[in-house]
Design a protein around this ligand. Structure first.
Ligand code: AMP
Length: 113
């Protein structure tokens, strides 16, 4: 059995505040939100990080269907939002299962920390 926390969330072995689910993706609220809306979009199959994502259909599904749908559902599609994919140690990735942060509901700043 996988020890990956996001696999466990995808498999419903541990609870999350789920906002979206389909056959290939789950999305749930981040435990430590950095903005009023902070949702993690996660492929159900284990992919360690964006450099390991070799499924073009899954990539297209996430970015052309899931992101716009969730952004509209949580009400940030018009005001704007930020997508973040932390990758590897210097990228600040702490969970080694690909996830897209969808962050919104406040004005973002740049550069990121
Ligand atoms: P990253 O640092 O990009 O790998 O992001 C990992 C994110 O997962 C962090 O923002 C954490 O707050 C979040 N996180 C970790 N465990 C959980 C969990 N069980 N449920 C929801 N979010 C989590």
């Amino acid at each position: 059995m996988s020890e990956c926390i996001f696999c466990k969330i995808a498999n419903k072995e541990i609870n999350s505040n789920l906002v979206y689910e389909d056959e290939s993706v789950v999305a749930f609220r981040d435990l430590n939100p950095q903005a009023p809306q902070h949702i993690l979009i996660v492929p159900k199959k284990h992919v360690a990080n964006i450099t390991e994502l070799d499924d073009k259909n899954l990539a297209a599904h996430i970015f052309t269907e899931v992101v716009p749908k969730i952004a509209a559902e949580v009400g940030v599609d018009k005001s704007g939002f930020r997508l973040v994919i932390n990758t590897g140690e210097e990228g600040g990735q702490t969970v080694n299962h690909l996830h897209v942060h969808l962050i919104g509901g406040r004005k973002m700043t740049w550069p990121p920390g």
